[in-house]
Write a protein that binds this ligand. Structure first.
Ligand SMILES: NC(=O)CC[C@H](N)C(=O)O
Length: 375
């Protein structure tokens, strides 16, 4: 794209701090919580991760777009971020799997991407003052007026975004494909996993399938009895967007499932389990989003390098004595994993399914299968 075709864009934070850049996707406007992700690669997976709903994501890696996008690497059926912010967008992609440019894909899907932003300054600001509401626009370039609109936009706290991303009806996952409307297990695997979909990433389903599991996915508001009626061997609680305190109906479901079937939760799923066990959640200052967060597995003493994407955390001090802390984050000491000592239920705050990120923590899927064998 030649500079003369570029549209000027404004990125405005809730505190009035603002940056000028250019759109690389055409005209547009969006609002959301401004967050940064430190992964060096994996922008397609990040853009399609439903946990990013309600957020504008900036990449700290300075060159984005150089390997294009393809039809295989998406983690859900659509682009989920509200908008995308980069230092330097590269439209000339080079990769044998690429099918189109990042800019074409974003603009076809009506998602605004802006380039030319000093993402290092932006990130330092967010680290100092915390994640905050923001807006990006090519249409309302008066900073004073746009700031007022950013202030009026809804934030993340108290907002149930799960209802926006959960599947509209149950489906069965078979050979990497969705079979809409199938809510029964057909006996195709060694283990039947019922998935409570709060905004899952497809790699969770792929990893279960690779391990011989048959997965049936249920909308987040499915009552516990309906799930139990399918007689699954285990229950998986997926990741998902927004404030974990704003989805009490899922916490209620998890309470009813506890002790009935083995449970494994990831990220929002972990926050649902934590709340079902009696702890509350709080908002982190700027969250953890990236692909190199060190986490210690306290049961083995091993350190794993993990993929992360969360802005909230479970209060460890509120967990009852029958719940053990299994993982901690070595950057800031926050809670990263729990396990119930008496009933088969465990969860982690980070992303063992990676996509994008290192594969160090995939063992947790195997640990869950071991739990199913012994339950
Ligand atoms: N990836 C996730 O599941 C994120 C969980 C939750 N929305 C948070 O930000 O903490």
């Amino acid at each position: 794209m030649q500079p003369k075709e570029r549209l000027k864009a404004l990125l405005m934070l809730e505190d009035g701090t603002h940056f000028w850049g250019w759109s690389f996707t055409g005209p547009g406007e969006a609002f959301g919580e401004m967050v940064f992700n430190t992964a060096m690669t994996g922008y397609q997976e990040i853009l399609t991760d439903p946990s990013y709903r309600g957020q504008i994501v900036a990449m700290t890696y300075p060159l984005i777009g150089n390997y294009g996008v393809n039809t295989e690497d998406s983690e859900s059926l659509k682009i989920q971020v509200e908008a995308f912010v980069v230092r330097e967008y590269q439209p000339r992609y080079s990769n044998w799997r690429a099918e189109k440019s990042l800019g074409e894909w974003l603009s076809e899907n009506g998602v605004l991407g802006i380039t030319g932003i000093d993402t290092r300054a932006l990130t330092r600001h967010l680290r100092l003052f915390g994640a905050m509401k923001a807006g990006v626009t090519t249409e309302d370039l008066d900073p004073k007026r746009f700031l007022e609109r950013v202030k009026e936009s809804p934030g993340l706290v108290g907002r149930d975004l799960v209802k926006e991303v959960t599947c509209p009806q149950p489906y069965r996952w078979a050979d990497g494909k969705i079979e809409w409307g199938v809510s029964e297990f057909l006996g195709a695997g060694d283990y039947r996993i019922a998935i409570l979909d709060c905004g899952l990433k497809f790699n969770q389903l792929r990893l279960f399938e690779e391990r011989g599991c048959e997965c049936v996915v249920f909308p987040a508001d499915t009552p516990a009895q309906e799930i139990l009626a399918r007689d699954p061997d285990g229950i998986f609680l997926s990741n998902g967007p927004g404030d974990p305190a704003a989805v009490p109906y899922v916490v209620e479901t998890v309470k009813q499932l506890l002790g009935r079937k083995p449970i494994f939760g990831i990220c929002l799923g972990h926050q649902m389990l934590g709340q079902a066990l009696g702890a509350s959640t709080y908002k982190l200052k700027f969250g953890h989003r990236g692909a190199n967060h060190p986490v210690k597995d306290l049961s083995t003493g091993k350190i794993e390098i993990t993929s992360q994407n969360h802005g909230f955390c479970v209060r460890a001090e509120e967990l009852p004595p029958e719940v053990e802390v299994t993982h901690i984050n070595l950057n800031d000491g926050t809670l990263e994993g729990i396990r119930h000592k008496e009933i088969p239920a465990f969860s982690v705050q980070y992303h063992p399914e990676n996509a994008p990120g290192p594969h160090d923590a995939v063992y947790l899927f195997d640990r869950f299968i071991e739990t199913l064998k012994s339950s």
